[in-house]
Design a protein around this ligand. Structure first.
Ligand code: SAM
Length: 263
C-alpha cells in the first residue's frame, strides 16, 4: 500500500481503543459515528463495538473493496466510497465524527465539520501534533491563529493525548496527537462566514498589528479609531475579536459599502 491519500495505518490496539472510547464515552448508547478515512478498518472495528451504527467515508477504491469484504457481516456499518470533502456530514442525523485523518486535508475537513451546523455531537480526530496544537491553542499562545479562532467559534477544543510515530504503519514523518471538539450550541456570532473573513484579515500576517493587517480590508479612519489598533490579533479572544468586528462592520454597513462585512 502506498502513501497516496495520506495513508498511515494505526497498528497500536491501545491507541485505537482510546480513540474509540473518547469518541463514544457512552459506549453502546452512542447512536451514530461518522468515521473519516477508515483505511483498512482498524479504528472501525473498535467503533463498531461502541456505537449502534457507523458510517465510514473512504476515497480509495482498493480500500473500499477491502472494507466491504472485511465487514460483510456488519449490517450496522455503511461504507461510503466518497471524497469526504464532498460529503454532507449533516445528512445522517446527529452524529459523533471521528477518524485518523489524512493529514494533508485536515483544515478542509474541519471546514466541513463546522459546516455541518448543529448536527454533530462531538469530534475526535488524530492529526499531526502541530495542527492539534494550533486547533486547540488559546489567545496569547504561540500557536494561536486563524485555525484556533475558527475552531473556538464553533466548539470547545481539547488535546486528549499524543501518539508516537511507532504506532503507525508506515510511520509518518511527524508526531501526532488526538484532540476532541465539543460543539457550542450556538456560535459566538450569527454571521460566522463574515466574521471568519474578518478573522482571516486580522491574522493575515501574524506578527503585525491589527492596524497593519486590517488596512488592506477596511477604511483607514475606521481602523485608526479602534482602541486595539496597536494590538496583535494573537492576543485577542473570540469575544474581543467579535467586538472589534461589530465596531468595524457596523461602520462599514452604515456607510453602505463593503458587502463582505454585511451581517
Ligand atoms: N483509519 C485508518 C487507520 O487508522 O489505520 C486509516 C487512516 S489514514 C491516516 C487516512 C485514510 O483516509 C486513508 O484510508 C485514506 O485513503 C483516506 N482518505 C484520504 N483522503 C480522503 C478523502 N478525501 N475522503 C475520504 N477518505 C480519504
Amino acid at each position: 500500500m502506498g502513501r497516496k491519500y495520506g495513508q498511515h495505518f494505526l497498528s497500536n490496539p491501545s491507541i485505537l481503543e482510546r480513540i474509540a472510547t473518547a469518541a463514544c464515552p457512552d459506549g453502546p448508547e452512542t447512536e451514530l459515528v461518522i468515521e473519516i478515512g477508515p483505511g483498512r478498518g482498524a479504528l472501525t472495528e473498535h467503533l463498531l463495538k461502541r456505537a449502534r451504527r457507523v458510517v465510514a467515508v473512504e476515497i480509495d477504491t482498493v480500500l473500499v473493496h477491502y472494507l466491504q469484504n472485511k465487514f460483510r457481516d456488519f449490517p450496522n456499518l455503511t461504507i461510503l466510497h466518497q471524497d469526504v470533502l464532498k460529503t454532507d456530514l449533516a445528512a445522517y442525523g446527529p452524529a459523533v465524527i471521528a477518524g485518523n485523518l489524512p493529514y494533508y486535508i485536515t483544515s478542509p475537513i474541519l471546514d466541513r465539520v463546522f459546516a455541518a451546523g448543529g448536527s454533530w455531537q462531538r469530534a475526535v480526530f488524530l492529526v499531526q501534533k502541530e495542527v492539534a496544537e494550533r486547533v486547540t491553542a488559546g489567545p496569547g499562545s504561540r500557536d494561536y491563529g486563524y485555525l484556533s479562532v475558527q475552531t473556538r467559534l464553533f466548539s470547545e477544543p481539547r488535546i486528549l493525548f499524543a501518539v508516537s510515530r511507532g504506532s503507525f504503519r508506515p510511520p509518518p514523518k511527524v508526531e501526532s496527537a488526538v484532540f476532541e471538539l465539543v460543539p457550542h450550541e450556538v456560535p459566538a456570532v450569527r454571521d460566522t462566514k463574515a466574521f471568519l473573513r474578518f478573522a482571516s484579515a486580522c491574522f493575515r500576517q501574524k506578527r503585525k498589528t491589527l492596524r497593519n493587517n486590517l488596512l488592506a480590508a477596511y477604511e483607514k479612519d475606521a481602523v485608526d479609531a479602534l482602541p486595539q489598533a496597536g494590538t496583535r490579533a494573537e492576543q485577542l479572544g473570540i469575544e474581543e475579536l467579535a467586538a472589534i468586528w461589530i465596531q468595524l462592520a457596523g461602520r462599514e454597513i452604515a456607510q453602505g459599502h463593503r458587502a463582505e462585512v454585511e451581517s
